[in-house]
Design a protein around this ligand. Sequence first.
Ligand code: ATP
Ligand code: PYR
Length: 357
Amino acid sequence: MNVARINMCHGTREWHKRVIERVRRLNEEKGYAVAIMMDTEGSEIHMGDLGGAPSVKDGEVWTLSVRAYDGNRPERTITVNYDGFAEDVQVGDELLVDGGMVRFEVIEKIGPDVKCMCTDPGLLLPRANLTFWRDGSLRGYFYFQDWLDIDFGIAESVDFIAVSFVKSADVINHLKSYIAARSSDIAVIAKIESIDSLKNLEEIIEASDGAMVARGDLGAQIPLEQVPAAQQRIVEVCRQLNKPVIVASQLLESMIEYPTPTRAEVADVSEAVRQRSDALMLSGESAMGQFPDKALTVLRSVSVRIEKWWRDGKHHEAMELPAVGSSFSDRISEEICTSAAKMGKSPFHHEIAMLFH
Ligand SMILES: Nc1ncnc2c1ncn2[C@@H]1O[C@H](COP(=O)(O)OP(=O)(O)OP(=O)(O)O)[C@@H](O)[C@H]1O
Ligand SMILES: CC(=O)C(=O)O
C-alpha cells in the first residue's frame, strides 16, 4: 500500500493519532513510504455503532432515534448522529443505509423517534451512512463543518486531506488558503460523491490536487447504473487536467467476508486500472474485513497483471494516449514523447536518447 486513509467518520482523534504514529514508525523502521490521507466526515448522517452487524429482515420495523441510550438501547433501535433527523424526514421517505445495502420506508414519527419498515433487507454495518429520498430526489443537505478535524490533520502533518461532499471549487479554494495560512502544504483531494460535485466537476478538479471517485456515496445520490459512466468521466477529466485520481469503494467488497474476490470484482478493478486511474482504495475490506492483507494482495496482483497485459499485448492501444497538453508547446512535447515511446516499442530501435532544452 502507498497511502493509509484515516476516515474521520469513525473512531476518535486520539485513535487516529495512534494510527498515524504507527504508520510513521513503520515507515521509519522498515523503510516504507506510506502517506497519510485524512478523510473528512463532511457532515454526513451516520448510524451509531450497534455493536456488531445485525441483519434486518424484510417487513421488520426499526426505530431510528437521536436519543442517547447509555448502553440501554432498546431492541431494533438505531441511533443517528444528526439532531434534526426526526424534523427533516417525512412519512413515506425512503431511507438508504450505506447507499442501498439496506432500505427502509418511514412509517411514523413519534417525537425524536422515527419508525421505519425494512423494504430491502441486509446487514447494518457499524456507523453506516444514511441518506433519505423523497419523490425520487435526495433530501437532507449538510454543510462542510470539519474544521476541527482539519486542524488535527494540519497539526499531524498528514499528506492529504480528502474533502467529502464537495459542492464547488470554492470549498477547495477556501481550504487550500486555510492550509497555506498555516504554513502547510497538505494536498487537497476532492471527493466526487454528490450531484453538485458532478455538475461542477471541471472547476473542482482544477482547484484540487487530485480527486476521488467516492462510489459509495455517489451511488446513493445518483442512480446506480449511472455510476460507471460518472467514474469514466471523472477519471477522464483528471487525465485531461493532469490530476491524480483514486477510485474508491466496494472494489473487493465480498472480501470483507470471503478470502477470494468475485470475478466481477476482479473485472471492476481491472476496468479502473484500464481507465488509467492512479490509485485504488479499499474501505471496509481493510477497515473491518476478515482478510485485509489478502484484499490488498489481490488489489495489487490484479492491477499489476492488467497493466502488464496492456503493455505486452496491446502496444497499439497503449499508444492511443489522450492528449493532456493544453498549450501549443505542451502538445509539441507530448507528440515528441509519444513518438519516442512508439520508437521504443519498435524492434529496430533499442536506445533512444532525448535531449531537452
Ligand atoms: N475505525 C473503524 N472502526 C470500526 N469500523 C470501521 C472503522 N472504519 C471503518 N469501519 C467500518 O467499515 C465500513 C467501511 O469503511 P469506510 O471508511 O469506507 O466507511 P464509510 O462510512 O463508507 O466511508 P465514507 O463515510 O467516507 O463514505 C464502515 O461502514 C464501518 O462499518
Ligand atoms: C469512500 C467514500 O467516501 C465513498 O465511497 O462514499
